[in-house]
Write a protein that binds this ligand. Structure first.
Ligand code: G1P
Length: 293
């Protein structure tokens, strides 16, 4: 079957970034650097390398730096031309041309599901990708592309999965699947942030990357129209409801190394790993790290 191609990606980035305070007091957590690029640029590149053409960023107050970053910067470009710094100039010029960027605002941070609903009129009835601002995956096949490959076979929504330690399950949405041995894992239940190991149906946790079909968006839209009792509308609520009402949703155990840049340790690990892949930094960094090990 030929299912519609996925050309749009929604980035809900309006959260406060409380885990990184105080640095996130006046700067979006998505702009924190891994070596010399902000986390969000790696995610935009992941989407673009997967075939996405339009990036819809759902921002909020205090997130202007993201818009400025993906815009042109005439003074800087002029300065780099004058100084003859052509390599840096090329790099800077590439950023606004990575994709078509669209910005919508979420006035009150009422959850990632509410954020996605701010893009409802832009995605309309097309399937689309969702990338939360936290998870970097290093693999020759970008993580979103891995999800698209399952979508292309099933025509269904797909969530990214990773194996999670028992002690960390309570921070994740945890899935149950029809057949753990099957190549395409059909999800039968989703327990958001299980309080105990016994409540978790498996050790497979959802990481913040999704393909969302119009069927699941319709479920989210129904929830959006109702009063939100908890104060937040989460994508996980819609996915659980969809699965429980028979809408097919698949999981993909993501290949590659994953860094949770939403945690301090994860960001430090990503920084070291990415720096160690760079010839200009690796030799000296390796020497330096010997002090600690
Ligand atoms: C969200 C999702 C959760 C998922 C997690 C991955 O939670 O609701 O299912 O496991 O992202 O990062 P959050 O961490 O935003 O509270």
């Amino acid at each position: 079957m030929n299912y519609p191609k996925i050309k749009k990606a929604v980035f809900p980035v309006a959260g406060f970034g409380t885990r990184f305070l105080p640095v996130t007091k006046s700067q979006p957590k998505e702009m924190l650097p891994v070596v010399d690029k902000p986390v969000i640029q790696y995610l935009v590149e992941e989407a673009v390398q997967s075939g996405i053409e339009e990036i819809i960023i759902v921002t909020g107050r205090g997130k202007r730096a993201i818009e400025d970053y993906f815009d042109q910067s005439f003074e800087l470009e002029h300065n780099l031309v004058e100084k003859g710094k052509t390599d840096l100039l090329r790099e800077v010029l590439e950023i606004p041309n990575l994709a078509k960027f669209i910005y919508v605002r979420q006035s009150v941070p009422k959850g990632d599901g509410d954020a996605i609903m701010q893009a409802f009129n832009i995605v309309k009835d097309e399937p689309f990708a969702v990338l939360f601002g936290d998870d970097l995956v290093v693999h020759e096949v970008p993580a979103i592309k891995q999800l698209m490959q399952v979508y292309e076979q099933t025509g269904s929504s797909v969530v990214a999965l990773t194996e999670v330690l028992d002690t960390e399950l309570s921070s994740y949405g945890v899935v149950n699947v029809k057949d753990f041995k099957s190549a395409n894992l059909e999800i039968t239940d989703l327990v958001e942030k299980p309080k105990t190991r016994a409540e978790a149906p498996s050790n497979l946790g959802v990481i913040g990357k999704y393909i969302i079909t119009p069927e699941v968006l319709a479920v989210l839209n129904d929830l959006y129209k109702k009063p939100i009792i908890s104060g937040e509308l989460r994508l996980a609520d819609a996915l659980k409801l969809a699965v429980n009402s028979g809408v097919p949703v698949y999981g993909k155990l993501i290949e590659g190394e994953r860094f949770d840049t939403g945690s301090k340790l994860g960001l430090i690990k990503a920084t070291i790993d990415f720096a160690m892949r760079r010839q200009d930094l690796a030799p000296e960094l390796k020497e330096f790290l010997k002090r600690y090990v």
